[in-house]
Design a protein around this ligand. Structure first.
Ligand SMILES: [Zn+2]
Ligand SMILES: [Zn+2]
Length: 590
């Protein structure tokens, strides 16, 4: 969605486009072809649900015809006029449509005013609006797809037909949207994941539980190792927690009551357990088994740990919506006076990580604070200090932040980081959350200078968010062409004929010895076919070896971007490759 438009204007425009779609269909297919059910504007456009009557059927092949009729209505520049009517008038007007009658009853029950909109003289629909005032305002629209949808989203109800479409202020915005959609399709991590054999979904294992193939695991291990490398020098310690826990832990933490619905339950022979839905209360137990003094503070735990949440099957997708979520989780225990320094360090980790991933451009941060509406735990004094700490760090680190009043969690204020991928889609990934609640719940303390017990503040933080989701985002961000340090296969060695096999094997062994991920393509395929396959796999470098290279002790290097580097001595190539890997470069050889 574009940020340049007033969202209300865009909403009105899209709602109007949806009515124009309905009107065009009525013109083309007549009033007896279908029952209009509903059609809201959305963040991405609009949709229109209807029940086809008789043998009326529609497919995406009909879109050009419908769009042409919509264009006519736009060109006719018909007025879109609002009026209020009584329930009796409305029931009479929509008497032949069971869906509208149902809407009317619910509007009446809520005691709302009934408004209808007319487009010209021929079309009328029940709608709360708002809309644009003339059809000519709808200059840039497009129908996108058809799907089935249950009335009220309930599978017990009738299946309706849904047409998705979108509308924008102008053609440029619409084209940008279509480009993004097509790019998103091309970059779809589910398809790339399958083609590059990165991960697998098994119906025997179940939805939302992806399995990593060896190549996917290499990518994940690179990310995990990198994450740990940027934590360990900043005073973090690794911990480990089991996957199941007695329910008592979550009763004490309060989560059993709040999130009970999403927790998987495990029945043991004697006791009942939870499959852990988060790591926080577990880390609290590790802290509380120590007698820390103020000199030990802050204490920083890090654990990339898998948690399980019982998300609805319909909402699961690829790696981005899953039931087994590995958070790159960390919990810090500190004094209120240490908050600022700790937050600052986490921000520096986040910046380093996303700079490496090439995602720091255009990111922004939401600083969520208390507001008049919410109910919050903890004293005003601590809240004030934590909010000031978050704000000071945001200022000092020049974070592009927006303040979200009333958006804090009940247990503390937070910073959420929203990053843009290569096609400008936003992803909320990192988070830094202050927590005054769990230390209370678990009665955590350390001994201060006066020899008294003092309550620490907890900071929850994640950098990538979750390794699964981040991997999905990354596959789409790089469109499967990973930076060399992450690429599962970094070099594909391609001997032109069998005569070069020994030399090719020698190079392969040498790369392997240096820890470079190489693959020797010794199939009896033609060289061109081998190059094409390596390019499809998005392998960064292809080392082609013919007779000339074998006798000169060189390799002819081609890059996946099509660049031909010609013959390089093997040591020269290895040197260049290793520096790309150590620098975690986003580029190939320049
Ligand atoms: Zn409307
Ligand atoms: Zn936590």
């Amino acid at each position: 969605m574009s940020e340049n438009n007033n969202p209300n204007d865009l909403h009105a425009l899209r709602h109007s486009a949806e009515h124009i779609l309905t009107q065009a269909m009525l013109r083309l297919y007549g009033p007896d072809a279908f029952y209009m059910a509903m059609g809201p504007a959305t963040d991405e456009g609009f949709y229109f649900d209807f029940e086809p009557r008789g043998d009326f059927k529609i497919s995406e092949e009909d879109f050009p015809k419908i769009e042409a009729e919509m264009a006519k209505i736009v060109k006719e520049n018909l007025p879109i006029v609002r009026s209020e009517i009584t329930i009796e008038q409305a029931k009479k007007l929509f008497s032949s449509n069971p869906y509208k009658i149902e809407w009317l009853d619910s509007i009446k029950n809520r005691g709302e005013v009934i408004t209808i909109y007319k487009i010209g003289e021929e079309f009328v629909d029940l709608c709360a609006g708002p809309h644009v005032r003339y059809t000519a305002k709808v200059k840039a629209f497009k129908l996108l797809s058809i799907a089935g949808a249950y009335w009220h989203g309930d599978e017990k109800n009738k299946m309706l037909t849904r047409i998705y479409g979108t509308a924008f202020e102008n053609k440029e915005e619409l084209e940008k949207f279509i480009y993004t959609q097509e790019e998103a399709k091309r970059r779809d991590h589910r398809i790339i994941g399958k083609n590059q054999k990165l991960f697998t979904l098994s119906s025997l294992i179940g939805a939302g539980l992806p399995l990593l193939q060896p190549k996917g695991m290499i990518i994940r291990q690179c990310i995990e190792d990198y994450l740990w490398s940027i934590h360990k020098d900043r005073g973090y310690q690794r911990v480990w927690t089991p996957h199941i826990t007695k329910e008592a832990l979550y009763v004490t933490s309060g989560h059993a009551e709040k999130f009970g619905d999403n927790i998987f339950r495990v029945q043991g022979k004697e006791e009942k357990f939870f499959l852990k839905p988060m790591n926080c209360p577990h880390h609290m137990q590790i802290f509380s088994d120590n007698q820390f003094s103020y000199r030990d503070m802050p204490v920083r735990y890090f654990e990339p740990a898998t948690v399980y949440r019982d998300e609805k099957t319909g909402e699961l997708s690829g790696l981005t919506r899953v039931r087994a979520i590995t958070q790159d989780d960390g919990h810090l225990f500190c004094r209120v006076s240490q908050l600022e320094d700790e937050i600052s360090t986490i921000v520096s980790i986040i910046k380093e990580f996303f700079t490496t991933m090439g995602m720091l451009d255009g990111y922004w941060v939401r600083l969520s604070v208390r507001g008049p509406k919410g109910k919050y735990l903890g004293t005003d004094e601590v809240w004030e200090k934590a909010e000031v700490a978050l704000k000071n760090v945001s200022e000092r680190e020049k974070l592009p932040y927006k303040i979200g009043i009333d958006e804090a969690a009940f247990y503390g204020p937070k910073l959420d980081f929203i990053f843009k991928d290569a096609i400008n889609r936003e992803w909320q990934l990192s988070t830094i959350q202050c927590d005054f609640n769990l230390p209370e719940r678990f009665d955590l303390s350390f001994i201060n200078e006066k020899g008294e017990k003092e309550r620490p503040v907890v900071i929850h933080r994640a950098i990538s968010g979750s390794l699964e989701r981040f991997m999905g985002v990354m596959i789409e961000h790089f469109a499967g062409a990973f930076p060399v340090w992450i690429a599962p296969i970094q070099v594909k060695i391609i001997p032109i004929t069998d005569a070069q096999h020994d030399y090719a094997k020698e190079i392969f062994d040498k790369l392997k010895e240096l820890g470079i991920r190489a693959e020797l393509d010794d199939r009896s395929e033609k060289m061109q076919a081998k190059i094409r396959d390596a390019q499809l796999e998005k392998v960064p470098f292809m080392a082609v070896i013919g007779q000339r290279e074998a006798s000169a002790g060189t390799v002819a290097i081609r890059q996946r971007d099509g660049k031909d580097l010609g013959a390089l001595s093997i040591n020269d190539f290895i040197g260049k490759l290793q520096s790309l890997i150590t620098e975690k470069s986003l580029h190939l050889i320049q």
